[in-house]
Design a protein around this ligand. Structure first.
Ligand SMILES: *Cc1c(COP(=O)(O)O)cnc(C)c1O
Length: 390
């Protein structure tokens, strides 16, 4: 049996080598600290779990749900957007449930790209954007995110011919892996660009609630005219430590929401209703757990930034996300630096190369360990490396 060419075209798993070395270090009895995992380490808040347990016991929830989501769930999403961003969304036509935002992000490419069509994707970026195009036999064009531009793509630098060919564009702010945020002025430029070239904007807002120093990021949908050209992907995953639950949504342009909903009704049968009720509780009940989550990551972020600065890094603390994105020292690639850290300090970091070829000069630290473990990791790095040169 031969797999399709698209499957053969999937990129090799870039972290295979670092995972093998990690497994070897653990087998050799080393106390390995992983700062590589982009997945909240704290548990889901108890009131959300309690709602799932309650609703799982109701037989009415045991049957197939509506594939676009219960109206109550979509209403809760709309209410959350109103409260958080002052935005009006029609829950009937402008919101669709997803099995986590990753599912919708992968599938939207199938909805808008014919074979050979072009998709604009951030570089570095969450790999799913480009993979959606690849699985649909379409192509992706990388938009470089450069530090001197605040890790925002330079829309003026996109060649006219490329922009005219492009059908969709992915953006992600707050950004994984760089931790950068975008302002309304940038999103307004995106709307103008999308109007001019007839492009569907797909904004991934997974980290909109993981922000620091009280500076809440904006939604792409707040830009004037955004709903005419785009949709926003979001989920309860990062906000409420619910990555394993698989509940998300897309919101915005009614036509795109309808198209995505029709696609989905042919490949999945929606989110388990008990999960939708739990997500409603997450979005509508007290948001104290979200405040607490921000404090936890902010403290960890400060420890990481202080530790790296002591070793010679000249870093500004990221304003959002669970990541610190930093350049590798002189003389290293992202892979050779990650291997060095693992060998000398038994600490796992993520080489930038996995997020795009341009990112070989960077690595990512995830803030998904308790402060004492993060401090221990940094102490070991400092003991092994001393002060680094850049
Ligand atoms: C974690 C993450 C998501 C969230 O994925 P879910 O499928 O909603 O769990 C989306 N985008 C990015 C960039 C992420 O890092």
């Amino acid at each position: 049996m031969e797999a399709a060419q698209t499957i053969k075209n999937l990129p090799p798993y870039l972290f295979a080598r670092i995972e093998k070395l990690t497994a070897e270090a653990k087998a050799a009895g080393k106390d390995v600290i992983s700062l590589g995992i982009g997945d909240p380490d704290r548990p889901t808040p108890p009131h959300i779990i309690a709602k799932l347990i309650e609703q799982a016991q109701n037989p009415a929830n045991h049957q197939y749900p509506s594939s676009v989501g219960m109206l109550e769930f979509r209403q809760a999403v709309a209410d959350w957007y109103q409260k958080r961003f002052g935005l009006k969304l029609d829950p009937k036509t402008e919101v669709v449930s997803l099995l986590g935002s990753k599912e919708g992000i992968a599938h939207i490419s199938f909805c808008y790209l014919n074979p050979g069509d072009l998709s604009l994707v951030p570089d570095p970026g969450y790999p799913v954007y480009a993979i959606g195009a690849l699985l649909g036999n379409a192509r992706s064009y990388p938009l470089p995110l450069l530090p001197e531009k605040g890790f925002l793509p330079d829309l003026q630098a996109i060649p006219d011919a490329v922009a005219r060919e492009a059908k969709i564009m992915f953006l992600n702010y707050p950004n994984n892996p760089t931790g950068a945020t975008a302002d309304l002025k940038f999103f307004q430029e995106v709307v103008e660009f999308a109007r001019k070239y007839d492009i569907l904007v797909c904004h991934d807002a997974a980290y909109s609630e993981v922000f620091f120093d009280g500076k809440a990021p904006v939604s792409f949908l707040q830009a004037e005219g955004a709903k005419e050209v785009g949709i926003e992907f979001h989920s309860v995953s990062k906000t409420y430590n619910m990555t394993g639950w698989r509940v998300g949504w897309a919101a915005g342009n009614a036509e795109a929401i309808d198209v995505l909903g029709r696609f989905k009704s042919n490949v999945d049968s929606g989110v388990f209703q008990a999960l939708q009720y739990a997500a409603i509780t997450a979005l509508t009940d007290s948001q104290d757990c979200v405040k607490e989550m921000r404090q936890v990551y902010q403290e960890r972020r400060d420890v990481v930034v202080a530790g790296l600065r002591k070793m010679g890094w000249n870093l500004e603390p990221p304003q959002a996300t669970i990541y610190v994105w930093a350049p590798v020292p002189k003389g290293y690639t992202s892979s050779s630096f990650a291997e060095l850290i693992l060998e000398k300090a038994a600490v796992v970091i993520t080489p930038g190369l996995g997020y795009g070829e341009r990112s070989d000069g960077y690595f990512r630290i995830a803030l998904t360990q308790e402060v004492d473990r993060i401090q221990e990791a940094l102490d070991r790095m400092q003991a092994a490396l001393g002060v680094m040169e850049f």
